[in-house]
Design a protein around this ligand. Sequence first.
Ligand SMILES: Cc1ncc(C[n+]2csc(CCOP(=O)(O)OP(=O)(O)O)c2C)c(N)n1
Ligand SMILES: [Mg+2]
Length: 373
Amino acid sequence: MPKTVLDIPFCKVEHISVLDEKGNLDKELEPDLPEEFLVKLYRAMLLGRRFDERLLNLQRQGRIGTFAPLTGQEASQMGAVSVLKPTDWFVPSFREGAAELWRGVPMEAIILHHGGFRDPGEGSSKPDEERARNIPVAVPVGSQIIHAAGIGWSIKYRKKEDVVMTFFGDGATSEGDFHEGLNFAAVYQAPVVFVCQNNHWAISVPLEKQTHSKTLAQKAIAYGMPGIQVDGNDVLASYVAAKEAVDRARSGGGPSMIECVTYRMMMHTTADDPTRYRKQEEVDRWKKRDPLIRFRKYLTDKGVANDKLESLDVEVKEQVQAAVDRAEEKMKSLQGEPIRMFDHIFAEPPPTLKQHKEELAQELSRTKEETHA
Ligand SMILES: Cc1ncc(C[n+]2csc(CCOP(=O)(O)OP(=O)(O)O)c2C)c(N)n1
Ligand SMILES: [Mg+2]
């Protein structure tokens, strides 16, 4: 048997960069987007950054619990999620705060969540077709990938034209869920876009200890779907790649994977101290590739007035402040209702949980009587 070269589709991994860190623009790849949309995108990235900074302060002051900062990853998540229609499905991990806001998740609901509460006004009684198709945050690493594959299959089964986009990190590619989800979606040609935010770290585990592969995008090829790598700090690159993948999925072309090469500028979560495992020089190198600075320069080069961009900063900070005020007001009214911890876990709670709830209710009413006695 002579040695032959197999002609396998998608075997080369492309890397896309539209606007690099030095401000070089690839005119051929530049998407034709109206200025209004570009400014909206910049505002969403800025909002993600300012919200992150505010949450960090609230956590350090003990006003909320732990959370996972997204700073540095604004371009990869916003470029991708902004391609979706509101009727598409958004399936996040735990680091997509900016994308959640874009999808219409109320800011105070996110603050309440980090404060340990569930916003009672959220979700509720709307009919299915009016509910936002946003799946809640997934903390078990990679678990959301199989949810996305399942949703994708149901869309295909019902012959709908919706698309699912799911987000996960470099670390998640080592989970069985990643491989099961991609394989399932490819076998059933489900309309799923898998967005891997390769931020180089999975808590303290660096990328080189996560995989021996040269890229993460190439893993898609083994499942028979296109895998592409983009500069994840370039919002235009992540937009271009996501647009192609979403259009393909919507028109029956099956799933795709996008690897956004980016960097986690802050700690893994507020419970982590990254100075124990990574060097400041590495962080400083990535600071120069800040996605906000690069995109802002692109906008001003296009003629968007500096004043307009400055005023967005003020506007965004006010928006964050107003949400913090509303959330803290709500937190006060929700204090002292530990019984709520049993809510929204099971549609039909198992007998042991029902029993625990009854026991706690009795305990609470006893304590109340004693306090009033
Ligand atoms: C199944 C599971 N294992 C371990 C953890 C603890 N854990 C939380 S986040 C994380 C690292 C995730 O890294 P990555 O997928 O790269 O996402 P990133 O945090 O960088 O966004 C780990 C190990 C978890 N939440 N779930
Ligand atoms: Mg990571």
